[in-house]
Design a protein around this ligand. Structure first.
Ligand code: NAD
Ligand code: USQ
Length: 398
């Protein structure tokens, strides 16, 4: 099939593009390279030496003989270019990764909040409007987040998108229905993903678009089978205080001898998935599109849940790293349980890569190998969720 990968130069999009190309699909990457510009803004970079996109694509061609095309455009701004591409190329599927994805970055200032809202909401809405205007029957698969649910559970497993409810009507009749699980975002970034869900529900209902929304947990790891083929194909590895996610940060911190930065008590429980399983999930989602007229298909794309302090202890036990409990710059529950259903992907044949099996390999093959590239001054997370958490505000942690 022909697949557009929006955001195909990013951490999830690049290995997905390679994986789908290796499977024989015709892949077109669409990206505005904004993530690389944010590296310039933050003066931070990937731990791994990622190459220019042109070099990456050339390396893929030399290694496999497969060609991946690239169109540089801003999905949130260049609506007509996007529409023309869909009309001319008539893709079977579009995978949409093209959003600003870091919660701390989205909370840095009002400018960052506004950029995240403008970019993410317009990108998602432009894709939907362009599919409708083009008249092409495209399956849209979007990368959403587990964070749309919030991280609590009312003593039950979080279902895959829809919550069964029972309503008592005015005549006393009991009516059962399923509604979108109540959104409970924990950052401006996560809030944009809850709004994306409403766009999808509306366009599936009004225009019968075929949409899959993948509620993904925190992605860890770096390599996939395809990125491993040539050093020039290496995936990005973020470790800085804005873009680095918790487990990859701990792995890198262990490799450079920096005490593991557990926020608060580390009682936050989150869902995780390895990047190899991300690319496999996209493959599975594209193989099983919803029918026209069906409601949005929502799958929880995660394989295990862990408490942050347990992760730190696990990494420390395997590497000898120290654990540091630091003030939490975020506004989030200090402790939470999290139980999540992920039956849909398991039923489709996903065989999860477990943390237990892959952690040490990740430390040695990536974090230690590239430790010399680390800038330790970029590790602290300085983006605070509220004004009162800012350093120097009396009575609050500095
Ligand atoms: P990333 O920042 O590495 O990649 C995003 C890519 O999209 C970048 O290459 C960027 O240049 C591009 N992009 C952003 N806005 C664009 C625009 N307006 N037009 C064109 N291109 C644009 O992020 P990632 O980690 O690969 O995440 C991809 C998607 O997966 C995001 O939507 C994110 O919310 C979701 N997700 C990621 C994780 C994770 O742990 N990384 C977990 C859950 C969900
Ligand atoms: N945390 C630490 N120490 C650190 C970094 C983070 O204790 O050094 C804690 C945070 O306070 C938080 C948890 O670890 O409680 C997760 O933080 P994170 O930065 O790993 O993940 P998050 O901000 O939630 O965002 C990431 C991706 C985002 C995706 C989301 C999935 O950046 O794109 O949507 O994971 S989920 O968490 O399931 O919502």
């Amino acid at each position: 099939m022909k697949v557009f990968i929006l955001g195909g130069d990013g951490f999830c999009g690049w290995p997905t593009s390679l994986h789908l190309s290796a499977l024989g699909h015709e892949v077109v990457i669409i990206d505005n390279l904004s993530r690389r510009n944010i590296d310039n803004e933050l003066e931070a970079g990937s731990l791994t030496p990622i190459q220019y996109l042109g070099t990456r694509l050339q390396a893929w061609k030399e290694t496999t003989g497969q060609e991946i095309r690239f169109e540089r455009l801003d999905v949130a701004q260049h609506y007509h270019r996007l529409l023309t591409l869909i009309e001319e190329e008539r893709p079977d599927a579009i995978v949409h990764f093209a959003e600003q994805r870091a919660a701390p970055y989205s909370m840095k200032s009002s400018a960052h909040k506004r950029y995240t809202v403008d970019n993410n909401l317009n990108a998602t809405h432009n894709v939907l409007a362009a599919i409708v205007e083009s008249g092409v029957d495209v399956h849209l698969a979007h990368l959403g987040t587990m964070g749309v649910y919030g991280y609590g559970t009312a003593g039950m497993k979080i279902p895959e998108g829809y919550l069964p409810i029972e309503v008592t009507t005015d005549d006393g009749e009991k009516v059962r229905q399923e509604i979108l699980y109540p959104p409970n975002p924990g950052s401006i970034y996560h809030m944009t993903k809850t709004q994306d869900q409403l766009f999808f529900a509306y366009y599936a209902k009004n225009d019968q678009l075929r949409i899959t929304d993948l509620h993904q947990g925190i992605v860890w790891g770096t390599h996939t089978k395809e990125t491993d083929l040539d050093e020039r194909l290496v995936n990005r590895f973020d470790y800085d205080g804005d873009y680095g996610t918790v487990l990859n940060r701990f792995l890198m911190q262990a490799a450079v001898g920096y005490p593991l930065t557990v926020h608060g008590t580390g009682g936050q429980t989150r869902a995780f998935i390895h990047i190899r399983d991300t690319v496999r999930c996209i493959e599975l989602a594209l193989e099983t599109p919803p029918e026209r007229g069906e409601r949005v298909r929502i799958l929880n794309q995660m394989t295990e849940t862990h408490r942050v302090r347990d992760l730190a202890e696990l990494v420390a036990a395997q590497t000898g790293a120290e654990v540091a409990y630091v003030d939490n710059p975020r506004n989030e529950d200090a402790e939470n349980d999290l139980h999540v259903k992920n039956d849909l992907f398991l039923d489709l044949g996903l065989e999860p890569t477990t943390l237990e099996g892959g952690l040490l390999d990740e430390v040695t093959s990536v974090a230690r190998k590239y430790a010399h590239r680390a800038d330790l001054s970029k590790i602290p997370s300085t983006s605070t969720w509220t004004e009162r958490q800012k350093p120097g505000v009396p009575g609050e942690p500095a």
